[in-house]
Design a protein. Structure first.
Length: 157
């Protein structure tokens, strides 16, 4: 895929995801049912998250992302480690409830949350790696910029 097509497609996806988020966040179907409200709101937040990630990819494709300072990296890694520990705890508790509960609707919701937690674990580990790779290093700054920039088919020309 060439860079211009990638950028155009990202912009379209950002627009769509922002619209999805707006629609889901404004669903007011059942103010007296906190579970349904939370499920709609959560999906709206996911759409917003996807929009923001697409924006980050757009920045990356356009070369505007910067490396992080060493001291910030350590704070980021400490936070990610703590979040992984907390997610591990919630994952185990959720599995325990799923194994013991008999209500199918509740089990389905908890299984969905468990899937989110497992995806978060993978994403958090990727964030650890990205944070390690995107640190300012004066000797190899050009190599680092190249390393975490997106490669496009038309870059080979």
């Amino acid at each position: 895929m060439d860079k211009d097509a990638f950028i155009m497609q990202l912009r379209q996806m950002i627009e769509i995801k922002e619209k999805i988020s707006e629609l889901l966040m404004n669903v007011n179907c059942c103010p007296d049912n906190s579970l349904l409200e939370a499920l709609f709101h959560g999906m709206g937040l996911d759409a917003k998250k996807h929009s923001e990630i697409f924006k980050g990819l757009l920045d990356r494709a356009q070369g505007v992302n910067k490396a992080i300072e060493e001291d910030r990296k350590e704070a980021i890694l400490a936070s990610v480690s703590k979040v992984l520990e907390l997610e591990w705890n919630v994952k185990n508790q959720t599995r325990n409830i799923i194994d013991r509960i008999t209500d199918d609707k509740t089990k389905k919701i908890l299984t969905s949350i468990l899937g989110d937690i497992q995806r978060h674990e993978v994403t958090l580990k990727d964030l650890q790696s990205f944070s390690e790779d995107m640190v300012v290093d004066q000797e190899k700054i050009i190599d680092k910029i190249w390393k975490y920039s997106i490669k496009f088919d038309d870059d080979e020309e």
